[in-house]
Write a protein of this length. Structure first.
Lengths: 245, 209, 245, 209
């Protein structure tokens, strides 16, 4: 995605902030809010981890991926996870879809659709609340205690790997963007030992690895396609890097 | 947590394609299913939405920046270890993320993106705006940040080095803008008003009118 | 596209040949045939070349590209070319679209839609016919007389370039597939000097270059993501190649 | 040909987005425009369609292969310079393409794709089948040809080397299949029946029943 050609200007029609308004748009539509809530609440069940859910969102078939809106992607990924993790069977899914459509056709769905405005409920179960907060990043986080020492020093020249970043799974999950594969950069900062998504997203455990922020020049990343000189900083786990030749 | 090694991952999971084409209906179907299976509760849905609609948002980030503008020592701590600095502030709350604060100066302008998905410092800035999640922004800002920023009305001198931070890990980037001269003498509460969401993403400069 | 993950099995429902039937499906729908004809006839006008038309098809915005059917891509590219080459103005395009929709709404379009079966007309203008045949590859072709001598020998180890194959145009047209960038291969055959699409697609002239068929091992292209050992052969123009280090 | 250097190429050309969503209407709009502007003629449209529907198709390729099976010298010429070999055959016509004939043997199986678009030897095989133009085929056959071929019902021994030809240039690849024992003694006209389109793309083997 990063660096890809073929996109026009940003659409800022609905999102330009007026004056010094200090609010985010929150949710454009009620169903966006619902999807957001479902994703966080089911995530808080602790059956799959953050990297698994990212993996499901990113591995949607490309024609769905590029045409789904943001929240449609989240919903589609959640649906696939629910079936994949056997919390829901395909038959149950098909049944509820049929029922929902029938209700809608017979006009029964419309009242429900005009959902009451969410009022918030401060009394929701504490365990739920803590689990959700954790998925939101209030607790947890991805840093892990480890005896691993970082292999690279700040300022050291490195090269990102090229080809198959994930050695375990064909076409597996990775957090090294395509535009930064096989490129030269400089270690900008060491960030501690973090859960390694390439393993964690496929159920191979957290396998934490040293994480660095790496500095790239725009020319090294995009050559003449970069508009002018600027720097791009990426967080890279140690297995993505090797000493520059 | 179950042993995830036992889960068989399909090459391509396509169950989502059995959902109806109208997104509202899609959501209703999944909601019915999740409630029936007792995987979620109505009250929890309400609580989460309430949290994002009413409790967290860019005001949190603005408070952090305003404090840094007023308190030099706090700013130093913010730039060296943002997570623990932010935890000193009673009105923000514990940060699970490793927040990295990046400072704009006379010669450096920072801008944040997540090209892989839409990672964003939710706890400080709330839900990201649509453009932050758009393909256009994600594809273009790493390659042509000046052109993208100019679409926001932000024309930077060629002399200013642009630094684009692509949030590929669980680190979350927060841009610390320069305090404009016009803001001198304003108290914390007033400063907060000028520190907008876009300023903290790096697609706007602080304007004190 | 080549090598990309996230696709399911082929859809062979409608296309499995029964017995030893020796026909292609020709056109599934009458409008497919029309698009095909428009593309060839306008191509035969000689205003743009083959590489320009390919470039327009391949540079469709990705969300259109992945969701358009084959003939929709051809039609969209043709529409863009017509406007870009000023054969048609945006205003004319919008007007005819409006008229077409209005006709359709008032039921006027339907008769035309049930178009008479094409019967063929052997008497169409000879110049037309020759020009069309040329675009079909009956004449012309892409080989050019040239004094250029090939730099590489059969059996020589080469490396494909990596990064921006097109030095002239940002995100410009190229025929080096992404999956084969920055890979090692062996010159399998020299194919003569051919029109160079990277130039020709952008109006910089034909700038012919030596063309080779290069042999790659599947492991060198896809690493562990390749299913097993096989070979992939690609035609590469000389500027895509350099001597292997 | 106009001086193309003067043409300004836009970053992204989006005029096609003003077309109606129904493909039939889209086509009708463009047809009206092209005819009004006299850029094309109705008779020419008819003639092109007739050409593809009735005059060219895989029968042309099959005739080439059948001749090669019967005439050893012709086969040699076909494998070394297919274009001029094919031009010897009066019933095919002049080939503008540089056709490259690739031979299946006991140890090698060839299969053709165009991962970039859908390049195909039209003059010999007609319009490519839908699957040849599909994302699935184009994405997968270079990486996992055995799995793709097995979906066609073609299971090849691990000992057979698969060669995938990605048609990135104006060269056009034609697979020359092995003549099965059962075909011995058949005349050219009969052989043609068994040489199907898929056999010449490489997604099927010749079956003489």
């Amino acid at each position: 995605m990063g660096g890809r050609f073929g996109y026009g200007p940003l659409n800022l029609d609905n999102v330009k902030l007026k004056g010094h308004e200090n609010k985010s748009n929150v949710f454009d539509k009620p169903w966006h809010a619902k999807v957001w809530a479902f994703a966080h609440l089911t995530g808080a069940l602790g059956i799959w981890n953050l990297d698994v859910s990212r993996r499901f969102r990113e591995s949607l078939p490309i024609n769905d991926y590029v045409n789904f809106s943001y929240y449609e992607k989240w919903l589609a990924a959640l649906t696939n996870i629910l079936v994949c993790y056997k919390l829901v069977t395909e038959a149950e899914l098909n049944k509820v879809v049929e029922e929902t459509i029938n209700k809608q056709r017979s006009g029964l769905g419309t009242d429900e659709a005009k959902n009451k405005k969410c009022t918030g409920n401060p009394n929701w179960d504490a365990p739920d609340r803590i689990a959700v907060m954790k998925t939101l990043g209030w607790g947890g986080g991805s840093v892990r205690e480890s005896e691993l020492k970082p292999k690279f020093l700040n300022g050291e020249k490195v090269e990102t790997i090229f080809g198959n970043p994930n050695p375990d799974v064909k076409g597996g999950h990775t957090r090294l963007p395509g535009y930064a594969m096989g490129r030269e950069g400089i270690i900008y900062a060491y960030r501690g030992v973090h859960v390694f998504p390439d393993k964690n997203a496929h159920g191979f455990g957290e396998e934490p690895q040293p994480l660095y922020t790496v500095e790239f020049s725009s020319r090294d990343l995009f050559g003449k396609d970069a508009e002018a000189y600027h720097k791009v900083f990426l967080d890279c786990w140690e297995p993505y890097l090797r000493r520059s030749r | 947590m179950k042993n995830q090694k036992e889960i068989e991952y399909p090459d391509v999971a396509l169950n989502h394609r059995s959902l109806p084409s109208d997104p509202e209906l899609r959501v209703r179907a999944i909601e019915t299913l999740l409630l029936e299976k007792k995987l979620i509760k109505t009250e929890s849905i309400d609580a989460i939405i309430d949290l994002y609609e009413n409790k967290i948002g860019p005001i949190n980030g603005a408070k952090v920046i305003a404090r840094a503008w007023i308190d030099k020592k706090f700013k130093e701590r913010l730039l060296s270890d943002a997570r623990s600095a932010i935890q000193e502030l009673p009105y923000i709350g514990k940060q699970g993320y490793n927040i990295i604060a990046v400072e704009n100066t006379k010669t450096v302008h920072n801008v944040v993106v997540c090209t892989l998905c839409s990672c964003y410092p939710w706890s400080l800035l709330g839900i990201p705006p649509s453009w932050y999640k758009s393909d256009q922004y994600r594809a273009r800002v790493v390659r042509e940040p000046r052109k993208v920023l100019s679409e926001f009305g932000l024309k930077l001198s060629e002399k200013i080095e642009i630094r684009v931070w692509d949030s590929t890990s669980e680190l979350r980037y927060l841009v610390v803008p320069e305090k404009p001269k016009e803001a001198d003498g304003l108290v914390e509460k007033e400063l907060v008003k000028y520190i907008t969401r876009d300023v903290m993403i790096g697609t706007a400069l602080v304007k004190v009118s």
